[in-house]
Design a protein around this ligand. Sequence first.
Ligand SMILES: NC(=O)c1ccc[n+]([C@@H]2O[C@H](COP(=O)([O-])OP(=O)(O)OC[C@H]3O[C@@H](n4cnc5c(N)ncnc54)[C@H](OP(=O)(O)O)[C@@H]3O)[C@@H](O)[C@H]2O)c1
Length: 227
Amino acid sequence: MRIAVITGASKGIGLETARQLSDLGHHVILTGRNKAALVEAAGSIDDAEWHALDVSDQVSVAKFFDWLKAKHGRLDVLVNNAGRLYGGHGSTVLQTDPAVLTEAIENNAVGAFRTLQRTLPMMARGGFGRIVNVSSGMGALTDMGAGAVPYRASKATLNALTLLAAHEATANVKVNAVCPGWVRTDMGGQSASRDVETGARGIVWAATLPEDGPTGGFFRDCKAIAW
Ligand SMILES: NC(=O)c1ccc[n+]([C@@H]2O[C@H](COP(=O)([O-])OP(=O)(O)OC[C@H]3O[C@@H](n4cnc5c(N)ncnc54)[C@H](OP(=O)(O)O)[C@@H]3O)[C@@H](O)[C@H]2O)c1
């Protein structure tokens, strides 16, 4: 049975991704910062586990991976889903406090970097791995609009880290970025065009790629999109 860790899984797309991976036979470990929400979320999925993990906190990341190694000894699937919208959709270059820009990159990109740095060697040892960085079309350099400056910059950074990690990944370890589309969650809001089931589907596809599947790509709805 594949072991899958999902970050930011207490709600939204992360929780739905955990649910779909569990339905496909994975043992899922839901991680996040909100203990009460995680307990409830994990309780809604058969045989799911939960563990505290704040990806912006190096100590929390170290504690989580120590626990994971001691308990399971391996990791097959990592979904770097944790993310926040900083400064709102309207935030411009001139309005953005550099400290908020730093915080967004720290949480949304360096957070994923911390977990994938610890995961790649485990996956190399196991000879199998699927890492999915949940990104956004708002981070695509080829489609960079105005506004949401800290968020867009953080997702562009995450995209770069995806490619860099894919180059270093060993055989049968795949690292991809996925945009879930505009999804009705606390972040996406109720006017968004997609439900969480649809949003999670492309992430689950990348998390369950066959050995001849792609790596180092950026996808939406299981199709490659421009970086
Ligand atoms: N919704 C959309 O339309 C959309 C579109 C494109 C991309 N995305 C991406 O999809 C992912 C999930 O978004 P969502 O819409 O499901 O948002 P959401 O409902 O707000 O959920 C975000 C999750 O990430 C967690 N999180 C944030 N920072 C964290 C940290 N440092 N450590 C651990 N967990 C952390 C949150 O936990 P807390 O409650 O503790 O903050 C929450 O569980 C994000 O990366 C987002 O950028 C979403």
